[in-house]
Structures are given as C-alpha cells and as structure tokens.
Ligand binder design. Sequence first.
Ligand code: MCN
Length: 771
Amino acid sequence: MSLVGAKVLRKEDPSLLTGRGKFVDDFSPPNTCFGQFVMSDQAHAKIISIDVSETLKMPGVLGVWTAADFISFPNLPGGMTDFERPILAHDRVRWAGEPVAIIVAENRYQAADAVPTVVVKYKTLDAVTSVAQATAPGAPLLFEEHRSNVLTKVPMLDDLEKHFAKSHDRASLRIVNQRCAVVPIETVGCLADWTLDGLTIWATTQAPHHLRNKLASWLDTPQNLCRVIAPDVGGGFGAKIVWYPEFFAAPLLSKWLRRPVKFMQTRSEAMVQMTHGRDQVHEIEVGFEKNGKINALRMVISQNLGAYGDPTGLGLATLTGWMAAGCYKIPHVSTGFRTVVTNTTPVAAYRGAGRPEATFSIERIIDLVALKTSVDPVKVRQINFIQPNEFPYETHNEAVVYDSGDFPQALDECLRLLDYEAVKAEQAKNLADQNAPLIGIGFSCWLEIAGFGPNGSLEGFGHLASWESAQIRIAPDGSATIFIGSSPHGQGHETFVAQIASDELGIPFERITVIHGDTATVIQGVGTMGSRGVPTVGSAVKVASERLMVRAKKIAAHLLEAAEQDIEVKDNAFNVRGTPGKKVSWSDVGLTSFQPLRLPPELQAGTLEERLFHESPNFSYPSGAYACVVEVNRKSGKVKIRKMVVVDDCGTVINPLLAEGQVHGGVAQGIAQALYEQVCYDPSTGQPITANLIDYLIPSAPDLPNYIAGRITTLCPNNPLGAKGIGESGAVGSPPAVVNAVVNALASFGVEHIDMPVTPEKVWHAMNGRK
Ligand code: MCN
C-alpha cells in the first residue's frame, strides 16, 4: 500500500506529546549565563547617555554592553543600505522595544532584576506609526540623511483610465490590512557556545543554514567552525526567518566571556521584538460590466515596514502586487507600491506574507462588485474565473504563471458542502424577524503563490539560493537516514519525508530516520517558508530515492543473478518479477553495498548514498473555495461563526492528517485576523498598547468553529509529486470569507465594507449608522 496519501501518524509526536521535545531553552551547558536586552521605552528619541554604573554592582551581573561595544559589528546583515538595523541602537531609538543595551548575568532573574538600573537619557522626538503619518508633509524622519520615510517605491506602469472609462461602472475601496503579532508558542531565543573548537549556536530559526552562512561571514569565521542547530522549534509562522540581534550578539558575548550565553524572550518582549506581519493599506479601483464581469483593476499598496527595512519585509508588497487579481481573469491589472518606515516594531513575513493581503482585497472587491451590480457574489466569481483549460495562465506579472487549478469545481464543492440555498432561505427568514440574529454568508475563492523553489525566487529575500536539498544514506542493515535542508517548526517534515521515501525505496516507514536543522550534519539547506517543504524537499527526496534505487536494484540483481529490469521492491525486499520466492532483503543489499567483494564490479563501497539539490521550474499555486456563515447579534454587534466550509486544492496530498491540520491552524489564524487581532500604537507617542496577551486578543478554542473540510485535486505539473504547498492556505483564504459574511449580514444597513478586525464595536457602529 502506498504511504503517500495515507493518514500516517506523525513520527515527531511521541516525543513532543510526552514532554521530551528539545527546544532552545531546554539546552543549558555547564556555566551558561543569560543575556537580557534593555529595551527602549521611547518610540523615537535621541540617546543622550547610558549610565550602567549601578547595573554593574547588581548581584550576578557579569557585564553590560551598549552599541559602542559592537562598533566593529554595528548592523545586522541583509538590511537595505541606509536603513540597516543595528545590533543595539547607536545614537537614536526608532521604536519602543528596540534593544539599547545588553546585560549578561548568572541567570535570567538576575539579568531581569538589573534592567531598571540602566539609566538611559533620551531626547524624545515626534513619532510616526502609520504610513499616512510617515508620508505627511513635514513628518519626522527616522533616517534624516535619507530625507524621506519611503524606502522603496514602484509606480504603476499603466493607470488604466481608458479601461475604467469604457466600463459600465467603477467603484473604489480603501482597505486596511491591519498589523498582526506573530504569536508562536515558543518565543525567539538562542544559546551560543564559542569554545576553542568553534561556535555552536542553538537558535529558534526556520532557516539554520541561512543563519550560519550570514553569521560566519559577519563574524569572519570559517563556516566549518560555525555550527547552527535549530532543535525543535515551537512555531515560527514566518517570524523566525528573520535574523534577530541576539543571534549575532550571543556568539560575541560567549567569545568575550568564555561561557555559553543564552537569550530567551519573555512573551511581553516577543510582542514588541518579534517581527510583526501584514500592515498594508490598499487603494483599489475596479471597472466592471452590468453582469459583474471585471474589466480593470488598479491597486496601490502602502506597506508599513516598521523601524527598519527587514529583508523579508521588503518583499511583501511585491508578493501582494503579484497576486492582486487572485483566481480571476481580469484583462487589465495594474499595481504599484511604496514601503515606508515608521516608529514601530519591524514588519516581516507572517503566514502567507503578502498573499493574505492580496486575497483579502480581491475577494472584498468581488463582493463590492456584486453589491453594486446586484448580482449574486457566487455568480460574480463564476463569471470572472480563470477556466481549468486556461493553464498555464500568464498573469499581469511575468514572474507569475499559474500552474493548474479548477476554481469552478472548488466553488461547486464548497456550495454543496454549505447547502447555499438552505442558508439563504434561513437568512431571509431571520432578516424579517427582529428577535433573530442577522445571518451573513461570505465566500473566498483564493489562490496563492507557494512552493518557493524556482531559481531566483528567494535570492531577492537575501537567501543563498532557492533549491532544497536531500541526502539519503542506506546503512549496512538496509535502514535509511535522510538529511534534509529544510527543517520544520511544527509542520511534520520527518513524517512526510519518510512517507515519500518509503514508497520509493520500499523500506518500512519505521526504518527511515529524517535528520534536519543542523548545519554540521546536513550538507546545505535553504529553509522552511513560502509553503515549499513538500514541493521542494519532497521532490528532492523522491528523485534522490529513484536515483539511489537504480544502484540498489543493480546490487540486488547481481546477488540474485537476475536482470536488473526484472527487480521490483516490495515489503522491505527485492523480488524477481514473475519468480515468486526469489528475493533478497534490503538488509542484504545494504550490507553488500559496503562489501566490495560482493558488489558488482562497476560499483564501489558506500554506493547507496544519494544527494540532490532540487531546482523547481516554477512555483506551485494552491487554491481553494471557502465559505463562512456568521450570526450577528443585532444588539451587541457580536459576530459568531456558525459554519466554516473549507475546500482546498493542494494537488497530491502526501498526508491528509497533516494537510488538514495545516489548514485548521491557518484558518484559525485567519479568523483571528478577521475578528480579533490587531497591534495598536498610540499615534501621538508611538507607544505600543497591545504589548501583552491581555491587551492583544488571540482567540481560544471556544471562539473557533468546527470546520467542514473538502478537497479537490489538480496536480501540479512542475514537480514530480504533483503536489502544491498547503502550509499557508488557511491563513490566506479565510479572512475574506469571514468579513464578506459580516458585510453580507449588514447589507440591509447599506454597509459596503468594514476593516479588520471586525469587532462588535465596529459592527454596532455600522448598524447604527456611525463611523
Ligand atoms: N502537506 C501534505 N501534502 C501537500 C502539502 C503539504 O501532506 N500537498 C503537509 C505536509 O505534511 C507538510 C505540511 O503539510 O509537513 C506543510 O507543507 P508545505 O505546505 O509544503 O509547507 P512547509 O513545510 O514549507 O511549511 C511552511 C509553512 C509556512 S510558510 C508557515 S508560515 C507555517 C506553516 O507552514 N508555519 C507554521 N505551517 C506551520 N505549522 C505550524 N505548526 N507552525 C508554524 O509556525
């Protein structure tokens, strides 16, 4: 039986579920001391002086360091010239939470106790927290020498005016995609141990080789003496691709102190120091016909990047522009963007990274067209869909060619699972009954760019390359160890890799071990991001297995004195087709592969090892159709999700349990963005006002519905598995379904749009005619 497609339980769970996981904070070599940042309490200020005289007298304190101590290593690598982020703020702080000093003490409690004794004198400057503030005439500048808070600007190539003029009607919408905090269970941290044998750093990272390569060159240390280990990583959602100052400071401190040094954010520190996500404003205009057919779409994107130009943050608006038209055949599309610095936590990738923003806007626009034309939102989608026979589909941007999909089929399946007509009937009944809650139905037909693997796709974000690596090694007993270049932070790589390899090699799942996340053992890797695990590393494993099997079959044929083409692998053994009982076990073949006297003459000892760097010819484009039914309380404005239907298409599903789990988690984050979460700042002082989990509302299990999950399958033609990524799908597809449902529920009040999070207060105001 094939394991690909089977609901195999996760290899990683027995240890994680019994508390035997090993996260960064679980490692404490003898003599480990603790590093603690002193954070700026000002959003924007000049640093006049830093007095640490009292700090040095505090119990357990081993030392205090400021920017002056890092003069040879002032900035994090990879930032945009003139906007680089310092390890510690030099002469100016640019957000409340920015590290200004480091205290190292014997333990974390002594380090934390010493923080208030560091006296920093500031000269407060005016702060800006939004793109509008930062780009207003006379706005305070974060980088005065740059004379503007705008980092990058890409103008629209065509303003499309002629196409709008020809359309039956046009409409516009300003959409704010609010800033969200990334809240993985494990915060950011690292442990650096620089000994005479070189540096070892355990880090909460999604990309250990990426970090190793930069760290080694930054420290001017050979890569063979710089080992990065990503042990179990407790979630990352994009924010752990980022290089944090502690990853660079801890090695130096360890070298200087000759002791292992650990940093580990508290939750409150993480809320202001871990990069945030989203924070875009879209100005959109759409031209359409009476029947809802869209002629032209114009989108101007403003990206708030926070205090510095993080390398991943800088790419977000590009991705949004690429995906602006979603799964629709819109003849004329033009996008432009600008990225802007503000006195807020830096912004970078957060599950979906630029694509949830695009999806939200195009799906809101579809509903706006439906409202303006009085055509059912389902019909507006159907009339504009790219059809299944139109793939590969070239979009308005040459970098983006959709691979495959069947958007009409996905929506049909969604409607079937939803029972659209029955819900509409109930909606009409409730509308007439003042004592019944209002019912709203929202759809989201989404498509995203995933499987970041084509050459050039990640280099722009500062990565070495975009391939992914796999290395398979057969042991003398015929068991297998597979080293993979992308390491998980919750996804289940050990399981899906072993499934693919087991099918190809015929080695039982339990006899396959998957190693990842250690630059000393894994030859090279790029990392886990952009839902690329299955399409890239999965493909590398499949192709490497096929190649290795050619030699394994040669050995088996030699041992069995049979023709190579007659050898087939089944049940952990090599059999001769058509000759029952004539077989040799994988153990025999594994052992022989190390015994030159028994090998066929053309093979050498150790031949059963294969390494492959898989280069993808194109991205993969997962898609789906989601529907949400909400109840709106007429008195309080509270929204309750009654039904959430999610139909996904990720091509070949490697493991339905894991794929569905990914969708569940992503949808939960999408609902959270739609209804609950928002990072807020005081616009006049720049102070964060949602810097802990009391003020920042993440939903818990009772706030979330059960999902009705369906699936359709269109194979990805660009990888040997036919698989598309699914890790971000739920977060991309769900927010517009929820908000469309709420706006639909409020149609009788003339409501056209509500920005996320759709709080009871906003809904109440919408129903009561107040802004
Ligand atoms: N899968 C499958 N069949 C497919 C595609 C995927 O069975 N056709 C399953 C596989 O088991 C795989 C998982 O889904 O382990 C995700 O695979 P893929 O879509 O290829 O994505 P990646 O492995 O590259 O994971 C990255 C993606 C991203 S970009 C974010 S952000 C994210 C996510 O995955 N962050 C996560 N999922 C997360 N899950 C957890 N628990 N924690 C995070 O921080």
